[in-house]
Write a protein that binds this ligand. Structure first.
Ligand SMILES: *[C@@H]1O[C@H](CO)[C@@H](O)[C@H](O)[C@H]1NC(C)=O
Length: 166
């Protein structure tokens, strides 16, 4: 009986911690409940591990303060102070991929103020990316300001075979 409890205890801790993405606020900005609003999957504890040849899914839950007509991905990787864009993602249109949080139905722009929306993007971790530590900075920008923004420390790692064993 005791060992069952112990196993469940370990399992629950592991499950819970793997769902929390170690995101932080962008400099000079403050978004409520950022940890609950952003999910990077798969990630890792202190640092997201982006494995070459796999896809990383990023989910934003956001609630605009004002009506929104346009929304673009403002995302880059900060590698030792050097900002590198994500090919095909940086500057791309967010609007066609937004859904309503309450029922998951598509909700292209314009978006209403004070409604909950969800945006999901799948990023392939390309084989040619350098294997380095980096910091991902990702904002959804409406043309004048960020509707939500996060940063997360990450590392690009080699082939997925190694990680599957772990
Ligand atoms: C990554 O996503 C793309 C597009 O959805 C898909 O074609 C590809 O098979 C995925 N790759 C892996 C390794 O899951």
């Amino acid at each position: 009986m005791r060992s069952y409890v112990f196993i469940c205890f370990l399992f629950c801790i592991t499950t819970t911690s793997s769902e929390v993405t170690p995101v932080v606020q962008c400099i000079g900005q403050q978004f409520d409940n950022l940890q609950e609003r952003i999910e990077v999957s798969p990630c890792g504890k202190g640092r997201c591990k982006l494995s070459k040849g796999t896809n990383t899914t990023v989910t934003f839950k956001f609630r605009p303060k004002n009506p929104i007509n346009t929304l673009t991905n403002d995302v880059f990787a900060d590698i030792a102070g050097l900002p590198l864009p994500f090919l095909g993602v940086t500057g791309s249109d967010v609007c066609p991929y937004v859904t309503r949080a309450e029922d998951g139905t598509p909700s292209p722009c314009p978006l209403a103020a004070d409604q909950e929306y969800v945006y999901t993007n799948v990023i392939p971790v390309e084989a040619f990316y350098p294997q380095v530590n980096l910091r991902v900075h990702w904002a959804l920008n409406d043309g004048t300001s960020d509707v939500i923004c996060f940063e997360v420390p990450a590392i690009i790692t080699g082939g997925k075979r190694k990680l599957q064993i772990v």
